[in-house]
Design a protein around this ligand. Structure first.
Ligand code: ADP
Length: 349
């Protein structure tokens, strides 16, 4: 009988959306007992102008269908209890999804993401990057893809967005969709919605690894990513002088939080030292030494390795080609770190 009541209600459409009230999740509850039919309709919008009319239509239709019953239709306001079913996320086909995060901006998180992606590609993996750094989406520049305008395509009745591609790395960036001169406040509000689309609708071509370049710190965008998709691990990038500060600790704790439980694959110390060309044996620890290793040990997370300050790293970012592709000295450091990440991902996930 309850399914019959629902099918009677399904014939009533909300005039504003044109969708039937059952499909739109507006039927909050239905019961039929002792000659009584009771229905509660829920209107997501406060003081919906069509509420009274829909209620009357529902009562009439139910009385016609069940003339013997005592029909009551009540109304509530608020978001529907039953959300419409979520579409399947396009990240479902991605092997491992790894967030690259940092406590603060400017520590080299985006540079590390780009070089790690290129290293994993050189190790034979299919790699994609999702650039979610709304404060400074720099991946398009790192791969020479500025100005790329993503295409939309339809597959099986669903809309997808086509990522950019450079040297066999697939790239989707929030930077393709937001205007850099928009105030941060608006960028934040718009970015959350745009990002949800990028997370679920990017048409990745069968990736082994998707690296997500997170915004620095901890905030709404992090929550969106953590709650919308499955993260298989997180990597934290820090400079020596930033590692002990509260931002890094908060970043690690965000992923380890009981309701999140994303494995922290390890900490990378970037800009660890400087070696001048004319003194190749010397290492100058400009920003201090050993902090990241000590922090990792104390926090109980793996230490993945150090990357020195190298001119080719900075130049590679400027020229749209990650330095690991051209400088074997840099490649060596990244290879060691990437191998640990692969190992830790497989082991922990
Ligand atoms: P974040 O994403 O953390 O804000 P970026 O990746 O944009 O930081 O890096 C900030 C700047 O530092 C860039 O100009 C980048 O080229 C430079 N940089 C990052 N890592 C290194 C490094 N190891 N050696 C030299 N320059 C680096």
């Amino acid at each position: 009988m309850e399914s019959e009541i629902r099918s009677v209600l399904a014939r009533i459409a909300h005039p504003e959306t044109g969708r039937d009230i059952a499909e739109s999740g507006m039927v909050d509850s239905v019961s039929a007992a002792d000659g009584k039919v009771t229905v509660v309709l829920r209107f997501p919008k406060a003081r919906d102008p069509f509420a009274a009319r829909i209620r009357m239509q529902a009562e009439q239709a139910l009385k016609e269908r069940f003339p013997e019953a005592q029909v009551t239709v009540a109304i509530k306001e608020g978001a529907p209890k039953q959300q419409p079913p979520k579409r399947e996320s396009a990240t479902k086909s991605v092997g491992k999804i790894i967030a690259v995060a940092s406590g603060k901006g400017g520590v080299g998180k985006s540079t590390v993401t780009a070089n790690l992606a290129a290293t994993l590609r050189d190790m034979g993996y299919r790699v994609g990057i999702l650039d979610a750094d709304i404060y400074g989406p720099s991946q398009p520049k790192m791969f020479g893809l500025e100005g790329y305008a993503p295409d939309a395509v339809q597959r099986d009745g669903m809309d997808y967005i086509v990522p950019a591609r450079s040297a066999e790395i697939e790239l989707m960036s929030i930077g393709f969709f937001i205007r850099p001169d928009d105030a941060l406040m608006w960028r934040g509000a718009m970015a959350t919605n745009a990002l949800k689309q990028l997370l679920h609708q990017t048409m990745w071509g069968g990736l082994d690894f998707l690296l997500i370049d997170m915004p620095p710190g901890t905030g709404d965008i992090h929550l969106t990513i953590i709650s919308e998709i499955r993260l298989d691990g997180a990597v934290i990038v820090s400079t020596p002088q930033q590692v002990a500060v509260a931002d890094v600790v908060r970043g690690v704790e965000m992923f380890r939080h009981e309701q999140v439980k994303v494995p922290v694959l390890g900490v990378i110390e970037n800009m660890a030292w400087f070696t001048p060309k004319e003194l190749p044996e010397n290492r100058y620890y400009i920003f201090g030494h050993g902090g990241a290793r000590a922090y990792a040990e104390q926090a109980g997370v793996p230490f993945l390795g150090e990357i020195p300050i190298v001119q080719s790293i900075m130049e590679g970012s400027e020229q749209g080609r990650p330095s690991v592709s051209t400088d074997p000295y840099v490649e060596g450091y990244y290879r060691e770190i990437a191998e640990k990440i692969v190992h830790n991902t497989v082991e922990k996930c």
